[in-house]
Ligand binder design. Structure first.
Ligand code: DLZ
Length: 163
């Protein structure tokens, strides 16, 4: 029996953060948390790129294009949807979740979901604080774990099969 897992070691990984500008008082903090997580885990700043998009709705397509470049091991989507201020909150939240899932499936590149969906700005800020309580940090580490897992899985794939 083999148990195959990813690691929290980001050395040598190339990661793209796709960050929504809407509610940037929160998404800037998520970006900071993700960057801190990646560099603490050993990623080189030169291997990290940051893409800004207008709002969360734009995250999936930008993530898909970034993942399709063949030059990234993982993508991290960061956004913030606040229910109290967004009438069509459910539509956007659902479109973003499905879009990110589809982008990861189409490209085979792990795309982490770091999109806050909260009732209020206070709740959003509480999830974008310091250290590992920051959801940007959490999403970045999920991306590292999946990227390192995929490296192991691809090494095990039979010759000629690339997933
Ligand atoms: C339009 C809109 C609204 C009302 N609320 C949010 C939000 O809470 N969080 C977010 O990331 N984006 C929001 N947007 C912008 C949409 O995501 C998108 O950028 C626009 O509808 C243009 O496609």
């Amino acid at each position: 029996m083999a148990i195959i897992e990813g690691t929290k070691d980001a050395r040598g990984l190339r990661v793209t953060l796709v960050v929504a500008r809407f509610n940037d008082f929160v998404t800037e903090r998520l970006q900071r948390g993700a960057l801190e997580a990646l560099t603490t885990a050993g990623a080189r700043e030169a291997d990290i790129s940051i893409v800004h998009v207008p709002g969360s709705f734009e995250l999936p397509l930008a993530a898909q294009v970034a993942a399709s470049s063949g030059e990234v091991d993982a993508v991290v989507c960061l956004g913030c949807l606040i229910k109290g201020e967004t009438v069509h909150f459910e539509y956007i939240a659902s479109a973003v979740a499905h879009g990110i899932t589809a982008a990861a499936a189409v490209t085979g590149v792990p795309i982490a979901f770091g999109v806050l969906t909260t009732d209020s700005a206070e709740q959003a800020l509480a999830r974008a604080g310091a250290g590992s309580a920051n959801k940007g940090w959490e999403a970045a580490m999920a991306a590292v774990e999946m990227a390192t897992l995929f490296r192991k899985l691809r090494r095990r794939a039979p010759e000629g099969i690339r997933v």
